[in-house]
Design a protein around this ligand. Structure first.
Ligand code: ADP
Ligand code: ADP
Length: 229
């Protein structure tokens, strides 16, 4: 997998208000870096810049040493799989939801992705439950199960880079623990950036970056940061 580097990145959505003030960090190939910080710190902005929804006003973002400003948008987005906080699902089969927009994926690939995201046991459920017309109830997907569908859809793209953007923030803590272990498993052998606002959710990260008002306040491993308070 490739490295991801932010090199002195300066960015603001509006000219008079800088959000990221010369941000630099590196995610080594195949490692897992977490970015934590309070709401408004600029965490999600990092993901948006990586996906090139916006371009920085200063500095560079590099994937495998290459400035992403020089990479074609489609090939850039092929490399990055995003798992967002809330994914909107269609009230259709899980297979349909997983494969949506992934033209050319075989049934076998879809099943494999479902297995990797640990959703095979409830593959027959529908996101909003079965039609009341049919008369079946109680098969509605839970929030955690929906997140597994989102993970499977991302895995189907087989991206070398994964971006989890507050992927467990909407879940209760027990569901979160279940999903975290799946996330950890699927991020093995991929370069991973996990954005979160709770330190507990990213204990397994190789490195944690603490972002505050667009600046790196601290960085280190989970235990080091806890010792420092
Ligand atoms: P975090 O993910 O850490 O909560 P964000 O990256 O979403 O923070 O936002 C950082 C700052 O940028 C916040 O002050 C937010 O209000 C501002 N911001 C985010 N999106 C936009 C936008 N589209 N236009 C203007 N300001 C924005
Ligand atoms: P695609 O569906 O184009 O193959 P993805 O499945 O990676 O690509 O993402 C689906 C689309 O959803 C992206 O193109 C992007 O526009 C949007 N998207 C996904 N995650 C986020 C996010 N965290 N923030 C903003 N937009 C997102």
């Amino acid at each position: 997998p490739p490295t991801v580097q932010f090199d002195n990145v300066v960015f603001g959505y509006e000219p008079e208000r800088t959000i990221l003030h010369g941000l630099s960090f590196e995610v080594a190939a195949g490692s897992r870096v977490a970015i934590v910080g309070p709401s408004g710190a600029g965490k999600s902005t990092i993901g948006r810049l990586l996906f090139r929804f916006y371009d920085p006003q200063g500095g560079r973002i590099l994937i495998a040493g290459q400035d992403i400003a020089r990479v074609r948008q489609d090939s850039l987005r092929e490399q990055i799989g995003i798992v967002p906080q809330d994914s909107v699902l269609f009230n259709d089969t899980l297979g349909y939801n997983i494969a949506y927009g992934r033209d050319g994926a075989s049934d076998e690939d879809v099943l494999q992705a479902a297995e990797d995201a640990a959703i095979l046991p409830f593959i027959r459920k529908l996101p909003d439950g079965f039609d009341t017309e049919v008369g079946e109830r109680g098969l509605k997907l839970s929030g955690g199960e929906k997140q597994r569908v989102a993970i499977a859809r991302t895995l189907l793209k087989n991206p070398p880079i994964l971006l989890f953007d507050e992927a467990t923030s909407a879940l209760d803590s027990r569901t979160e623990q279940d999903i975290l272990s799946t996330m950890q498993r699927v991020s093995r052998d991929r370069t991973t950036l996990a954005i979160a606002h709770r330190l507990s959710t990213i204990a397994d990260a190789d490195e944690i970056l603490v972002l505050n008002e667009g600046r790196l306040e601290e960085q280190g491993r989970h235990t080091e940061l806890l010792q420092r308070g």
